[in-house]
Design a protein around this ligand. Structure first.
Ligand SMILES: Cc1cn([C@H]2C[C@H](O)[C@@H](COP(=O)(O)OP(=O)(O)O[C@H]3O[C@@H](C)C(=O)[C@@H](O)[C@H]3O)O2)c(=O)[nH]c1=O
Length: 187
C-alpha cells in the first residue's frame, strides 16, 4: 500500500498494489489492518456508491456537522474524477485551503479525507462510478455544505460554471463567508 501525504494534514492518497494477469487485475480496496499499521485507524461504518452519467457532473462541497462528522475514503471504480477536500478545521495550518486530486478506476488511487473537511468532485469521464467509505452514518439533519464555486475558495474546477451539472441542493449551498463552522483542528 502506497500512502502519500498532501499539503493538508491528514489528507492522504492511498494506492493499493494491483495484481494483473490475463483475466484483468485483483486489488484490495480496503484493509483495516494495513491502514492501522500505517497509523490510520478509522471506524468506517457505511459504504456509498454514486454513478454520475455525464462529464462535468459536480457533487459537493459536502460535510456532516458534529456529532455526525465523517471521515471519508473515496475512490473510483470506473471513470475519472477531480476530487477536492477543503479544510474547514479552525486552527489548521491549511484552514480554508483545498487539495484537488485526480482519482480514476484505471489508477485505483483513493483519497483519505479526515472529519472537518468538505468534500466534492467533478467527473472527467462519463459514467463515473464513485465508491466511498464513511466513518459515521448518514444523518439528514447534519448534512451540510459550501457552494462549490465560492470565489473565496479559488478551486480550479475542470468545468465551466455555466455547464456544471448540479443537484438543486448543491446549487443553493451557502458561501463560506458568514457560515459558522464548528470544526477544530487537532494536531
Ligand atoms: C449522502 C447520502 C444521501 N442519501 C440520500 C439523500 C438524498 O435523497 C439522496 C441523494 O443525496 P445527495 O444529493 O446528498 O447525494 P450526493 O450529492 O452524491 O452526496 C454525496 O456527495 C459527495 C461529494 C460526498 O462527499 C458524500 O458524503 C455525499 O454528501 O440520497 C442517503 O440515503 N444516504 C447518504 O449517505
Amino acid at each position: 500500500m502506497q500512502i502519500e501525504d498532501t499539503a493538508i494534514p491528514g489528507v492522504r492518497i492511498l494506492t493499493a498494489p494491483r495484481f494483473a494477469d490475463r483475466r484483468g487485475f485483483f486489488a484490495e480496496w480496503f484493509n483495516r489492518a494495513k491502514l492501522k499499521q500505517a497509523g490510520i485507524d478509522l471506524d468506517f461504518c457505511q459504504d456509498n456508491i454514486s454513478l454520475s452519467k455525464e462529464v462535468g457532473t459536480l457533487r459537493g462541497l459536502h460535510f456532516q456537522l458534529p456529532p455526525a462528522e465523517q471521515a471519508k475514503l473515496v475512490g473510483v471504480i470506473q471513470g475519472r474524477i477531480f476530487d477536492v477536500a477543503l479544510d474547514l478545521r479552525r486552527g489548521s495550518p491549511t484552514y480554508r485551503r483545498h487539495v484537488g486530486v485526480e482519482l480514476s478506476g484505471e489508477r485505483g488511487n483513493q483519497l483519505l479525507i479526515p472529519a472537518g473537511l468538505a468534500h466534492g468532485f467533478c467527473t472527467l469521464e462519463p459514467d463515473s462510478l464513485v465508491f466511498y467509505k464513511v466513518s459515521s452514518p448518514y444523518s439528514a439533519p447534519h448534512d451540510s455544505g459550501i457552494r462549490w464555486n465560492d470565489p473565496a475558495l479559488g478551486i480550479d474546477w475542470p468545468v465551466k460554471e455555466s455547464s456544471a451539472i448540479l443537484s438543486d441542493k448543491d446549487a443553493k449551498l451557502p458561501f463560506l463567508a458568514g457560515t459558522d463552522l464548528p470544526f477544530r483542528y487537532e494536531a
